[in-house]
Design a protein around this ligand. Structure first.
Ligand SMILES: [Zn+2]
Ligand SMILES: [Zn+2]
Length: 370
């Protein structure tokens, strides 16, 4: 079948909206109509050349939609289910999956070897981040979708596919923040603000949010930070907030190289530096191993919040519906697929929290409007 999709054909090039061919779902795969897909900084990393990708590519991996078709062997999902769509694939059988470490899955997937997307000349179009959700429909592995309760708007559910999952998961799964932990959150984008919310839900105090933009500091305070500052005021504010003790966890949530510099120096004894943002290839940072060892400190990498979609997404939905997790306040703007370059520009500016591409399926394959 054909689908309209946002195709990126090279670093720095404008996106073109094109009709592409999408294959039917194979064994263990599902076809989903996308209702909303948020712009994540990982999309921009590929678009702007920070990470390598084979062009042409369709990006988009933080999405929500409805299941249209099931491939062979899919018996735990129903056509019509409203689902969160993510890039995390888990086979359930490899060593990592058996230990609940879905984000480290080493399983082999048919979709890793052939993209479901091609143009009308038969040339393959890369399925960006294994999802390609800046398109009317996707074909993904069954493990990449999680059904959710009906009363969550698609543009909100989409955030659970990457940014919120990554931020809250870094707190609860990776760092396992506890009551009264002193937390520093460097960067107040969608992921950083999700760390702030996760820290609030975990009972952390103080929660010191750091961002150069005053507007984002204000949002952080609204979402649960007890203190907020630009980078310059951080050391003094943290010392004051903790009575000189410093932080139990420092979360670096941006990909800006400078954000990593000096982050370890904010840690108290036994503290953890939690690396959430993934910078461009080749970025390095100096760490003093002697200081780290003598203070019993840890460095924790946190990919996608060490999340298990089937466990984390339903919990986040429950927290949202209970009014504990503010997701509506994180959606800054909505754009149509045709305006996706505007959405990219807004995300690149750093001044929005999340900008979301929404799809109107009127008249398309019988899928109604939201
Ligand atoms: Zn992402
Ligand atoms: Zn696996």
């Amino acid at each position: 079948m054909t689908v309209r999709a946002a195709v990126s054909r090279g670093v720095g090039m404008a996106t073109s909206i094109e009709e592409l061919l999408l294959t039917e779902p194979g064994t263990d795969e599902v076809r989903v109509a996308i209702d909303a897909c948020a712009v994540c900084h990982s999309d921009l990393m590929f678009l702007d050349g920070g990470w390598p990708v084979e062009f042409p590519v369709v990006l988009g991996h933080e999405a929500a939609g409805r299941v249209l078709e099931l491939g062979k062997g899919v018996d735990d999902i129903t056509v019509g289910d409203r689902v969160v769509v993510s890039l995390i694939r888990s086979c359930g059988n490899c060593r990592a999956c058996r230990r609940g470490n879905d984000v480290a899955c080493t399983g082999d997937y048919a979709l890793s070897h052939r993209s479901p997307l091609s143009d009308f000349d038969g040339e393959p179009v890369t399925q960006g981040l294994g999802t390609a959700a800046f398109a009317e429909q996707v074909v993904v592995h069954r493990s990449q979708v999680v059904p959710h309760r009906d009363n969550v708007p698609a543009e909100v559910a989409a955030l659970l596919g990457c940014g919120v999952l990554t931020g809250v998961g870094a707190v609860t799964n990776t760092a396992q923040v506890e009551d009264d932990d002193a937390v520093v959150v460097i960067g107040c984008g969608g992921v950083g603000l999700s760390v702030v919310q996760g820290a609030r839900l975990a009972g952390a105090n103080p929660i010191v949010a750091v961002d150069p933009l005053v507007g984002k500091q204000e949002v952080a305070l609204r979402l649960g930070a007890t203190h907020a500052t630009g980078p310059d005021g951080l050391t003094a504010m943290l010392a004051e907030a903790t009575g000189g003790r410093l932080a139990d966890q420092v979360f670096v949530t941006t990909a800006t190289p400078g954000a990593f510099t000096g982050a370890a120096a904010l840690l108290d004894r036994m503290g953890s530096l939690v690396l959430v943002g993934i910078p461009a290839e080749g970025v390095t940072v100096d760490i003093d191993p002697g200081l780290l060892a003598s203070a019993n400190q840890k460095i924790l990498g946190s990919k996608m919040g060490t999340a298990r979609l089937a466990v984390d997404v339903p919990r986040l939905v429950d927290q949202y519906l209970a009014g504990l997790l503010d997701l509506d306040g994180m959606v800054t703007s909505l754009h149509s697929l045709d305006n996706i370059d505007t959405a990219f520009a807004e995300a690149r500016s750093g001044e929005v929290i999340r900008t979301v591409v929404v799809f109107d399926h009127t008249g398309n394959n019988g899928v109604g409007t939201r």
